[in-house]
Design a binder for this molecule. Structure first.
Ligand code: GLV
Ligand code: MN
Ligand code: MN
Length: 421
């Protein structure tokens, strides 16, 4: 393990040990490791002199109450995918923390409040409730999620209770009226920056994404006695869905489709599978393509079910529209990058982010630092200390500027067509 050179690198190591085993990191909403990470962050924020707490939705919110007007909010998330890496979300939160530390060290006095957030459950790993924390922060009604269950059948409200939270008090986490704008630093999570030798990227827009649970049911039966032509095999139907969906994404422009998990029941080698449950994710950056792949998905499932004599149920588990970032705020990022002599470009994000939720309410912008070999959502996810530094530097300068002047007026184009503000 190389020796840490800065506070940020020290924090990356320290945080990665919470829920980490030296290889992968596992921190999911409403589990002891996620709570421990939140408590750790609260302590760091308090040591820097900020007011900090975990809110009723499990978000860490730190507040540097200074000056007047609406706050500049910076942050990201602390939760991970199953067997995730050390940087997705975490680097954004820790860069925000380092920004605060540097501004404090410089004796800077913000002309407006500077807030930091670590949003809870951005990944939605346990309950499929992706961007739960940021949705609560902006005041989205989440009451329909109360009975959402995890793999073990525990409900969301039970899981919250076991960690000392109360589902009914989620609306108290809404504090968007205090916020003037949102900035998020994140790892790119793809190969484009490395390919183009970029130090930084300004995120032009965030992909639309939808997660589904598709349940196919046929007839459980004996593997040896049931004639091949008389089977209603749910896994065969599921396999057709996997391949047809991949084909649909391959033949569309700028569309992705993924089946990340399949449960087959009853799960005996000598039993025809009577039931298959698929968890899948489709994405597109542009509204028309996004609508097209979501409707195509339904056709594919119904066609596979018809061909195998299965019943099909399609449930949408999460949904986020394609989202443009704010032009004015992004230009502030671009100006600082121009000044710095760093190599940067605009880049569209194929990953979802909390900024997509915040952008519906306040001017929001994002900057990317590179991901080694484009790998993320995996233990091999890595961004070197030298690649982290330019991001923190730009974030710090932009925050300094936004806390000393007016926040640019909201300016956002709507990737779904038309102008939205
Ligand atoms: C979040 O990382 C997502 O893109 O699913
Ligand atoms: Mn992620
Ligand atoms: Mn992330």
């Amino acid at each position: 393990v190389p020796m840490s050179t800065s506070k940020l690198d020290e924090w990356v190591d320290e945080l990665s040990r919470i829920g980490g085993d030296g290889r992968a990191v596992n921190r999911f909403a409403w589990t002891p490791h996620q709570i421990q990470a939140c408590d750790w962050l609260v302590r760091q924020l308090q040591e820097l002199g900020l007011e900090a707490e975990v809110d009723s939705a499990g978000n860490v919110v730190g507040r540097w109450q200074s000056g007047e007007g609406k706050a500049v909010l910076i942050g990201s998330h602390l939760d991970t995918v199953p067997d995730g890496g050390r940087f997705d979300g975490a680097l954004g939160v820790l860069s925000a923390l380092e920004t605060v530390r540097r501004l404090k060290e410089d004796g800077f006095e913000p002309g407006r409040p500077l807030w930091l957030a670590a949003f809870n459950d951005e990944e939605g790993t346990r309950f499929g409730t992706s961007m739960f924390g940021s949705e609560a922060f902006v005041g989205t009604d989440l009451s329909h999620l109360e009975d959402r269950v995890d793999r073990d059948g525990t409900t969301l409200s039970e899981a919250m209770k076991s960690c000392g939270f109360d589902f009914d008090t989620i609306p108290r986490a809404c504090r968007i009226e205090h916020i003037g704008c949102y900035l998020e630093l994140h790892i790119e999570q793809g190969p484009r920056m490395q390919d183009r030798n970029l130090d930084l990227a300004v995120v032009s827009g965030i992909v639309g994404l939808r997660g589904y649970r598709v349940t196919l049911e046929g007839q459980t039966n004996h593997a040896g006695t049931t004639p091949m032509r008389q089977r209603r095999d749910a896994l065969v139907g599921a396999s057709q869905v996997v391949l047809a969906l991949r084909q649909a994404a391959l033949t569309a422009a700028d569309v992705t489709a993924n089946v990340g998990r399949i449960q087959v029941e009853p799960g005996g080698t000598n039993v025809v599978p009577g039931k298959a449950v698929l968890h899948l994710d489709v994405r597109a950056s542009a509204g028309p393509q996004f609508r097209q792949i979501t409707s195509k998905l339904e056709d594919i499932v119904h066609e596979a079910a018809r061909a195998e004599g299965l019943t099909a149920d399609i449930a949408v588990i999460y949904a986020h529209e394609p989202t443009a970032m704010d032009e004015g705020l992004s230009s502030v990022l671009r100006e600082e990058m121009e000044r710095s002599a760093l190599a940067w470009e605009d880049l569209a994000s194929g990953a979802g982010h909390d900024a997509q939720v915040l952008a519906k309410h306040v001017p929001s912008a994002m900057l990317f630092v590179p991901s080694r070999d484009g790998i993320s959502h995996a233990p091999a996810e890595y961004t070197t200390p030298e690649q982290r530094e330019p991001g923190v530097k730009i974030l710090t300068e932009v925050v300094r500027r936004l806390c000393s002047s007016d926040i640019p007026r909201a300016r956002r184009s709507d990737p779904n067509g038309g102008e939205a503000v």
